[in-house]
Design a protein around this ligand. Structure first.
Ligand SMILES: C[S@@+](CC[C@H](N)C(=O)[O-])C[C@H]1O[C@@H](n2cnc3c(N)ncnc32)[C@H](O)[C@@H]1O
Length: 203
Protein backbone atom coordinates (compact mmCIF):
# COMPACT_ATOMS: atom_id res chain seq x y z
CA UNK A 1 0.00 0.00 0.00
CA UNK A 2 2.91 2.33 0.69
CA UNK A 3 4.02 2.07 -2.97
CA UNK A 4 0.46 2.71 -4.12
CA UNK A 5 0.28 6.00 -2.17
CA UNK A 6 3.80 7.11 -3.10
CA UNK A 7 2.84 6.61 -6.73
CA UNK A 8 -0.43 8.51 -6.31
CA UNK A 9 1.35 11.43 -4.67
CA UNK A 10 4.19 11.55 -7.24
CA UNK A 11 2.41 14.02 -9.55
CA UNK A 12 2.89 17.76 -8.96
CA UNK A 13 -0.84 18.28 -8.42
CA UNK A 14 -2.33 17.69 -4.93
CA UNK A 15 -4.78 14.85 -5.59
CA UNK A 16 -7.26 15.99 -2.89
CA UNK A 17 -6.46 19.65 -3.50
CA UNK A 18 -4.63 22.11 -1.29
CA UNK A 19 -7.69 23.22 0.69
CA UNK A 20 -8.80 21.43 3.84
CA UNK A 21 -11.69 19.01 3.95
CA UNK A 22 -14.88 21.08 4.51
CA UNK A 23 -16.13 19.17 7.59
CA UNK A 24 -12.69 19.29 9.16
CA UNK A 25 -12.46 23.04 8.57
CA UNK A 26 -15.96 23.72 9.89
CA UNK A 27 -15.27 21.62 12.99
CA UNK A 28 -11.92 23.05 14.03
CA UNK A 29 -12.97 26.62 13.20
CA UNK A 30 -15.36 26.32 16.19
CA UNK A 31 -12.57 25.33 18.60
CA UNK A 32 -9.81 27.26 20.30
CA UNK A 33 -6.48 26.27 18.77
CA UNK A 34 -4.48 23.72 20.71
CA UNK A 35 -2.52 20.62 19.84
CA UNK A 36 -3.87 18.43 17.02
CA UNK A 37 -2.91 15.01 15.66
CA UNK A 38 -3.67 14.06 12.04
CA UNK A 39 -3.11 10.35 11.36
CA UNK A 40 -2.69 9.28 7.70
CA UNK A 41 -2.45 12.91 6.61
CA UNK A 42 -1.27 12.32 3.05
CA UNK A 43 -0.31 15.51 1.22
CA UNK A 44 -0.99 17.71 4.23
CA UNK A 45 -4.00 19.84 3.26
CA UNK A 46 -5.65 19.58 6.69
CA UNK A 47 -2.41 19.88 8.65
CA UNK A 48 -1.44 23.07 6.83
CA UNK A 49 -4.88 24.60 7.34
CA UNK A 50 -4.83 23.81 11.07
CA UNK A 51 -1.35 25.30 11.43
CA UNK A 52 -2.49 28.45 9.62
CA UNK A 53 -5.25 28.78 12.26
CA UNK A 54 -2.74 28.60 15.10
CA UNK A 55 -2.88 24.89 15.91
CA UNK A 56 0.27 23.02 16.88
CA UNK A 57 0.19 20.18 14.35
CA UNK A 58 1.50 16.62 14.54
CA UNK A 59 0.79 14.47 11.50
CA UNK A 60 1.89 11.06 10.32
CA UNK A 61 1.52 8.87 7.24
CA UNK A 62 3.22 5.87 5.68
CA UNK A 63 3.99 7.76 2.44
CA UNK A 64 7.36 9.50 2.09
CA UNK A 65 6.03 11.24 -1.00
CA UNK A 66 3.07 12.51 1.04
CA UNK A 67 5.50 13.87 3.61
CA UNK A 68 7.48 15.69 0.90
CA UNK A 69 4.35 17.33 -0.53
CA UNK A 70 2.96 18.22 2.90
CA UNK A 71 6.25 19.90 3.77
CA UNK A 72 6.16 21.85 0.48
CA UNK A 73 2.57 22.92 1.16
CA UNK A 74 3.50 24.08 4.66
CA UNK A 75 6.45 26.05 3.28
CA UNK A 76 4.22 27.66 0.68
CA UNK A 77 1.74 28.68 3.40
CA UNK A 78 4.56 29.87 5.66
CA UNK A 79 3.54 27.56 8.52
CA UNK A 80 5.25 24.86 10.50
CA UNK A 81 3.99 21.30 10.95
CA UNK A 82 5.56 18.19 12.42
CA UNK A 83 5.05 15.21 10.06
CA UNK A 84 6.41 11.77 10.88
CA UNK A 85 6.69 8.75 8.59
CA UNK A 86 4.88 5.85 10.23
CA UNK A 87 3.12 2.75 8.97
CA UNK A 88 0.14 2.19 11.22
CA UNK A 89 2.01 2.10 14.48
CA UNK A 90 1.81 5.56 15.92
CA UNK A 91 4.93 7.54 16.74
CA UNK A 92 5.94 8.16 20.31
CA UNK A 93 3.57 10.86 21.57
CA UNK A 94 2.98 11.90 25.18
CA UNK A 95 -0.17 10.51 26.77
CA UNK A 96 -3.15 12.91 27.00
CA UNK A 97 -1.33 15.56 24.98
CA UNK A 98 -3.74 16.31 22.10
CA UNK A 99 -6.84 18.51 22.13
CA UNK A 100 -8.05 16.98 18.85
CA UNK A 101 -7.32 13.85 16.82
CA UNK A 102 -8.82 14.12 13.33
CA UNK A 103 -9.28 11.11 11.07
CA UNK A 104 -10.01 12.43 7.58
CA UNK A 105 -10.47 9.64 5.02
CA UNK A 106 -8.21 7.32 6.99
CA UNK A 107 -9.31 4.11 5.29
CA UNK A 108 -6.77 1.64 6.58
CA UNK A 109 -6.60 -2.10 5.98
CA UNK A 110 -9.27 -4.01 7.96
CA UNK A 111 -6.74 -5.95 10.06
CA UNK A 112 -5.31 -2.78 11.62
CA UNK A 113 -8.49 -0.71 11.52
CA UNK A 114 -9.41 -1.01 15.20
CA UNK A 115 -5.92 -0.49 16.53
CA UNK A 116 -5.22 2.33 14.08
CA UNK A 117 -8.13 4.32 15.54
CA UNK A 118 -8.62 3.10 19.13
CA UNK A 119 -4.95 2.91 20.08
CA UNK A 120 -4.58 6.66 19.56
CA UNK A 121 -7.19 7.54 22.20
CA UNK A 122 -4.75 7.50 25.16
CA UNK A 123 -3.02 10.45 23.49
CA UNK A 124 -6.20 12.54 23.62
CA UNK A 125 -6.63 14.90 26.58
CA UNK A 126 -9.66 14.61 28.81
CA UNK A 127 -12.24 16.89 27.16
CA UNK A 128 -10.43 16.44 23.83
CA UNK A 129 -12.28 15.63 20.63
CA UNK A 130 -12.08 13.11 17.81
CA UNK A 131 -13.21 14.43 14.43
CA UNK A 132 -13.79 11.92 11.62
CA UNK A 133 -15.01 12.06 8.05
CA UNK A 134 -14.75 9.04 5.80
CA UNK A 135 -16.68 7.18 3.13
CA UNK A 136 -19.51 4.98 4.37
CA UNK A 137 -20.43 1.58 2.98
CA UNK A 138 -23.23 3.38 1.10
CA UNK A 139 -20.51 5.07 -0.98
CA UNK A 140 -19.98 1.83 -2.88
CA UNK A 141 -22.90 2.68 -5.20
CA UNK A 142 -21.29 6.03 -6.13
CA UNK A 143 -17.97 4.32 -6.87
CA UNK A 144 -19.75 2.03 -9.33
CA UNK A 145 -21.04 4.95 -11.42
CA UNK A 146 -18.25 7.52 -10.99
CA UNK A 147 -14.53 6.63 -11.34
CA UNK A 148 -13.61 9.91 -9.58
CA UNK A 149 -15.85 9.33 -6.54
CA UNK A 150 -12.85 8.23 -4.48
CA UNK A 151 -12.47 5.76 -1.64
CA UNK A 152 -11.08 2.24 -1.49
CA UNK A 153 -12.77 -0.32 -3.77
CA UNK A 154 -12.89 -2.84 -0.90
CA UNK A 155 -16.25 -2.55 0.90
CA UNK A 156 -14.72 -3.68 4.20
CA UNK A 157 -12.45 -0.60 4.20
CA UNK A 158 -15.46 1.74 4.20
CA UNK A 159 -16.93 2.97 7.50
CA UNK A 160 -20.35 2.17 8.96
CA UNK A 161 -22.38 4.03 11.59
CA UNK A 162 -22.43 0.92 13.79
CA UNK A 163 -18.67 0.53 14.03
CA UNK A 164 -17.83 4.12 15.03
CA UNK A 165 -18.67 3.66 18.74
CA UNK A 166 -16.60 0.45 18.66
CA UNK A 167 -13.60 2.24 17.16
CA UNK A 168 -13.90 5.00 19.78
CA UNK A 169 -15.17 3.29 22.93
CA UNK A 170 -15.98 5.48 25.94
CA UNK A 171 -16.17 8.73 23.98
CA UNK A 172 -19.31 10.82 24.30
CA UNK A 173 -21.01 11.23 20.94
CA UNK A 174 -21.50 14.86 19.91
CA UNK A 175 -22.29 14.06 16.27
CA UNK A 176 -22.68 10.78 14.39
CA UNK A 177 -24.37 10.82 11.01
CA UNK A 178 -24.27 9.35 7.53
CA UNK A 179 -24.85 11.99 4.89
CA UNK A 180 -24.94 12.36 1.14
CA UNK A 181 -22.68 15.18 0.00
CA UNK A 182 -21.05 16.44 -3.18
CA UNK A 183 -17.29 16.36 -2.91
CA UNK A 184 -15.01 18.63 -4.86
CA UNK A 185 -11.57 17.83 -3.47
CA UNK A 186 -8.91 17.82 -6.16
CA UNK A 187 -9.12 15.19 -8.88
CA UNK A 188 -9.63 12.16 -6.65
CA UNK A 189 -12.68 13.07 -4.51
CA UNK A 190 -15.13 14.39 -7.04
CA UNK A 191 -18.90 13.99 -7.18
CA UNK A 192 -21.66 12.45 -5.09
CA UNK A 193 -20.43 10.78 -1.93
CA UNK A 194 -21.86 8.97 1.04
CA UNK A 195 -19.89 9.78 4.19
CA UNK A 196 -19.82 9.23 7.93
CA UNK A 197 -19.27 12.35 10.02
CA UNK A 198 -18.40 11.97 13.67
CA UNK A 199 -17.35 14.12 16.57
CA UNK A 200 -16.65 12.40 19.87
CA UNK A 201 -15.47 13.80 23.19
CA UNK A 202 -13.28 12.17 25.81
CA UNK A 203 -15.10 12.64 29.12
C1 LIG B 1 -7.40 8.93 1.24
S1 LIG B 1 -5.81 9.40 1.79
C2 LIG B 1 -6.25 10.70 2.91
C3 LIG B 1 -5.14 11.67 3.19
C4 LIG B 1 -5.53 12.83 4.10
N1 LIG B 1 -6.03 12.37 5.38
C5 LIG B 1 -6.50 13.75 3.44
O1 LIG B 1 -7.67 13.80 3.84
O2 LIG B 1 -6.09 14.44 2.50
C6 LIG B 1 -5.39 8.03 2.84
C7 LIG B 1 -4.01 8.10 3.47
O3 LIG B 1 -3.90 7.06 4.43
C8 LIG B 1 -2.56 6.65 4.47
N2 LIG B 1 -2.49 5.35 5.14
C9 LIG B 1 -3.23 4.25 4.83
N3 LIG B 1 -2.90 3.23 5.67
C10 LIG B 1 -1.94 3.72 6.50
C11 LIG B 1 -1.21 3.15 7.57
N4 LIG B 1 -1.38 1.89 7.93
N5 LIG B 1 -0.31 3.92 8.22
C12 LIG B 1 -0.12 5.21 7.85
N6 LIG B 1 -0.78 5.80 6.84
C13 LIG B 1 -1.69 5.06 6.17
C14 LIG B 1 -2.14 6.64 3.03
O4 LIG B 1 -0.74 6.66 2.87
C15 LIG B 1 -2.85 7.89 2.52
O5 LIG B 1 -1.98 9.01 2.57
Amino acid sequence: MKDFWNERYSQAEYIYGEDPNAFFKESIDKLNPGRILLPAEGEGRNAVYAASRGWQVEAFDQSAQGQVKATQLADKAGVSISYTLSEGIHPDYSLESFDVIAFIYTHTAPDIRTTFHSDLLPYLKSGGKVILEGFSKGHYQHQQSNPHAGGPPEKDMLYSLEEIPLLFPNLGIILLSEVEITLSEGVAHKGEASVIRYIGEKR
